[in-house]
Design a protein around this ligand. Structure first.
Ligand SMILES: Cc1cc2nc3c(=O)[nH]c(=O)nc-3n(C[C@H](O)[C@H](O)[C@H](O)COP(=O)(O)OP(=O)(O)OC[C@H]3O[C@@H](n4cnc5c(N)ncnc54)[C@H](O)[C@@H]3O)c2cc1C
Length: 309
């Protein structure tokens, strides 16, 4: 992007979004759970829905690519970074409860939503107590764990279209399936989700959350940055088991390693670049395919540009 174009874009953006909410050439590794990713041309951190809608309309009208970023816990951002606008939701984190309804803004951590539900003796979000994503990221892919999923308790949502129009999505329109939703299909920008929960016994809710946390702590390599399970579950198999049986645990490229603790995870053990990480994903896919004839499909999204030297 030329200096002149950048200045023009900034002047326009500042008409609807606070100056301090616009960062230029921002390293995305500072905003992703994986601690990887190159620079974003423009990194916007709106504090209100009005600012968010302004940014979305601005991107649409100026034909700028627009990428949404939650906690970056299901994303690998390539080392060449992301052109155009990256929209962060890190200042939209309110969670409120009224009766059985919990409303959470897109940037709120789903772990926090799960804790707030517990504080109000509401059951339904226990499964999410260890998923390190935001509400936006969880809704997009119908996040789930240990038999529970967003689908079970999401009632409705408020979104923006790519043109910046505000829409309320009813329960019937959600189309939540295995790692898919109407939000991903229609490229909506999620502003908030409304969850319908049920009254529960706080002791039982706590017991379940403690149990799930213990399972994660013992089975998952939480001590390193990662993007969780790298691959989708292939029909009739477990990705982690196939990787383990291919002898890949501990395989390493640069700072990326197939976890010794859970073969389904690739961890950033030391300053991994996205190039290391993606090369290791490909190595795992090739090895498993050679050995078992099964192509593992990534669950994580790989976005952004290659680094050009
Ligand atoms: C240790 C670990 C454990 C995990 N365990 C689980 C698990 O048990 N179950 C599970 O399902 N996942 C799990 N994950 C994966 C991940 O945490 C979830 O997929 C989570 O929902 C991603 O949320 P995020 O905010 O990090 O999204 P990001 O990774 O930031 O983004 C994911 C996608 O959502 C889009 N997006 C984000 N916010 C918005 C928005 N507001 N509007 C529109 N699009 C948006 C992004 O553009 C991107 O396409 C795990 C990850 C880790 C690292």
């Amino acid at each position: 992007m030329t200096e002149q174009l950048l200045e023009q874009l900034l002047a326009g953006l500042y008409e609807g979004i606070a100056k301090e909410a616009v960062l230029i050439n921002e390293p995305l590794k500072n905003h992703t759970y994986t601690k990887m990713g190159g620079l974003a041309d423009l990194f916007l951190i709106p504090s209100t829905y009005e600012e968010t809608a302004f940014a979305v309309r601005y991107a649409y009208e100026h034909e700028l690519p627009l990428t949404m970023l939650g906690n970056g816990s299901n994303l690998v951002v390539r080392d060449g970074g992301i052109r155009g606008i990256v929209l962060s939701f890190e200042k939209l984190t309110d969670i409120s409860v009224e009766g059985h309804e919990l409303v959470a803004q897109s940037g709120a951590a789903i772990i926090q939503a799960s804790r707030v539900a517990y504080d109000h003796a509401l059951s339904g979000l226990e499964f999410a107590c260890g998923i390190p994503g935001t509400i936006g990221g969880a809704l997009i892919m119908n996040a789930g764990a240990y038999g529970g999923e967003v689908k079970d308790c999401l009632h409705s949502a408020t979104v923006l279209t790519r043109k910046g129009e505000l829409l309320n999505i009813s329960h019937e329109e959600l189309e939540l399936g295995y790692r898919s939703s109407c939000f991903s299909k229609k490229e909506y920008i999620i502003l908030e989700g409304r969850f319908l929960l049920t009254e529960g016994d706080p002791a039982l809710i706590k017991e379940m959350m403690d149990d799930l946390t213990h399972k994660r702590e013992t089975k998952q390599p939480l001590e390193y940055p990662s993007c969780g399970s790298v691959f989708k579950r292939p029909e009739g198999y477990f990705a982690g088991k196939l990787i383990q049986d291919s002898g890949l645990q501990g395989a390493r490229i640069g700072g990326a390693e197939v976890s010794q603790k859970h073969a389904g995870f690739i961890v950033n053990i030391k300053d991994a670049t996205a190039t290391d990480y993606i090369s290791l994903i490909q190595h795992v896919q090739e090895t498993v395919q050679e050995k078992f004839g099964i192509l593992l499909e990534p669950e994580v999204k790989i976005i952004g540009e290659e680094l050009h030297s």
